[in-house]
Design a protein around this ligand. Structure first.
Ligand SMILES: [Zn+2]
Length: 321
């Protein structure tokens, strides 16, 4: 990983780099936003603070950089939720506090990274707050979370916030284009039965979801590769596996949102030209409901079929008008 990997967040990254070069970083940062590069940025900052070659920058090649980028540096510690409870408890925070007050053994600055910081229990948050109030010297805390609202205000107010936007392709993806072409083709193929077209749409959508799932797994797997996790003990490995599962789910949700948005956008466009078409309004509602139910992990295939039937009715009525 290098600074240039954070293309979508170039302005934010420049700001971080400037602070690093000037040696004026705060004690604690909250790295948040929808990007999946939050942990990557935390490692990059830790590397820049401890690089043997460059000052305020990470060469990515020296022993220190390599150790940090693969989570093997003794002065850069990652703290994660327990695998079963998915919680970060007070004992973990006490351990974080203990190591924070020790002298750095190899590097210049110690870094404590809290992965999924929103999973801190209330007592753990209280304990961590005390550490934040009187932070140890030469130690930086990096809290990573997609849900900062789960953290106490008093913690949030003591952290500087780095917001990373998600890396969204400017162009619609192939998957989105496929769905869109079925939707757009509806009107131009009035002779085909509505049922046939509905199945074509359901098919295209399901295929897109399957691909998104596969892609999410590959993407997350790549993030975790080459970190030597296979050498960890069983308990640590279990934590990593749970974290990976959660990351795959989050990435898949993100991709699925993009696909549902194609349906929503198309219906919205159509209803602009036919504001009184009630079937369109109903179809739009149905898609929104489906979206909300997806979030609650209800049967995806079934929801899709029911919703697309309603959507087909709307598209059909539009074709006739
Ligand atoms: Zn280096």
């Amino acid at each position: 990983m290098a600074w240039s990997d954070f293309k979508q967040n170039a302005a934010t990254i420049r700001f971080v780099q400037k602070a690093l070069l000037a040696g004026r970083l705060g004690h604690a940062y909250l790295i948040t936003g929808e990007s999946h590069q939050k942990l990557g940025l935390a490692r990059q900052i830790a590397a820049a603070l401890n690089c043997a070659g460059a000052t305020g920058d990470a060469c990515g090649q020296c022993n220190s950089c390599r150790k940090i980028l693969t989570d093997h540096h003794p002065d850069v510690r990652l703290f994660r939720p327990e695998s079963k409870s998915r919680r970060i408890d007070i004992d973990t925070v006490r351990e974080l506090e203990r190591v924070s007050f020790l002298k750095a053994s190899e590097g210049r600055t110690k870094v404590g990274i809290l992965v999924d910081a929103d999973r801190l229990t209330q007592p753990a948050q209280d304990a961590f707050l005390k550490t934040l109030e009187e932070p140890p010297k030469n130690t930086l805390f990096l809290l990573i979370t997609s849900e900062p609202e789960q953290l106490k205000y008093t913690i949030l107010s003591r952290c500087l916030r780095i917001n990373l936007f998600q890396e969204e392709p400017a162009e619609p993806s192939e998957r989105q284009k496929n769905i869109l072409s079925v939707l757009r083709g509806w009107k131009s193929a009035p002779n085909q039965s509505s049922l046939f077209q509905t199945y074509r749409l359901a098919d295209a959508f399901q295929k897109a979801l399957d691909e998104a799932k596969e892609e999410a797994e590959t993407k997350v797997q790549a993030d975790y590769e080459g970190k030597g996790y296979e050498n960890l003990d069983a308990a640590q490995r279990e934590k990593i596996e749970a974290e990976k599962d959660a990351a795959v789910k989050a990435e898949y949700r993100r991709q699925r949102d993009h696909l549902v948005r194609v349906l929503e956008d198309h219906l919205r466009d159509m209803s602009i030209s036919a504001p009184s078409n009630r079937k369109l309004v109903r179809a739009f509602d149905a898609v929104e409901r489906m979206h909300a139910r997806f979030e609650r992990n209800m049967n995806e295939g079934l929801l899709l079929e029911v919703t697309l039937m309603q959507l087909a009715e709307a598209l059909e009525s539009q074709g006739r008008s």
